[in-house]
Design a protein around this ligand. Sequence first.
Ligand SMILES: O=C(O)C(=O)C[C@H](O)[C@H](O)COP(=O)(O)O
Length: 204
Amino acid sequence: MATIEDIMTLSPVIPVLVIHDPAHARPVAEALVAGGLRTLEVTLRTESALDVIAEMAKVEGAVVGAGTVLNRADLDASVRAGARFIVSPGLTTPLAHAARDADVPLLPGIANAGDIMRGLDLGLTRFKFFPAEASGGIAALKALSAPFGQVRFCPTGGIRQDTAANWLALPSVLCVGGSWLVPSGTPDLADITARARAAAALAA
Ligand SMILES: O=C(O)C(=O)C[C@H](O)[C@H](O)COP(=O)(O)O
């Protein structure tokens, strides 16, 4: 079983995916992997998300996780569908316990020092900083990182190709997440691969 650190360091950018049509799942995952992004977060925001996870998990080289996981039921369903890691917008004790029980890596969202301290009490040191730009951006994460030397982050929310490098330059940042890799609508696979290639070229 990979650790959440392994997942976060596979590539500098984790695409956050909102896919409605399961028929798009495999081609989109293949296009991202072809561009060099292997870690894929499928949000549970669509009715077909679990089917999308199952389809994407078949793509060679893809490491598929579930995002927008809110509780134990979401987590268990995601793992059954083939998710190898779990991302949540926030941190709850029941979700942390569910991840521990399922032995699945968890990347929970945090936005303040209290969230981080609760995470540390639960044995967690790797967090999604969400919503990154709206929570104060780079200045906020720098300030938040200072008291927690052992903690590392995946900022997500409002980050794009042209701002990702600034985030990745922070010593406390292992990777960033973002939805800019796959715009909504019918997927343009060549464009997705080009976006992935540009993102993969950003060094963490
Ligand atoms: O769905 C979830 O679980 C979330 O926590 C939200 C997503 O990570 C952000 O919506 C991505 O942000 P954008 O890249 O600005 O679109």
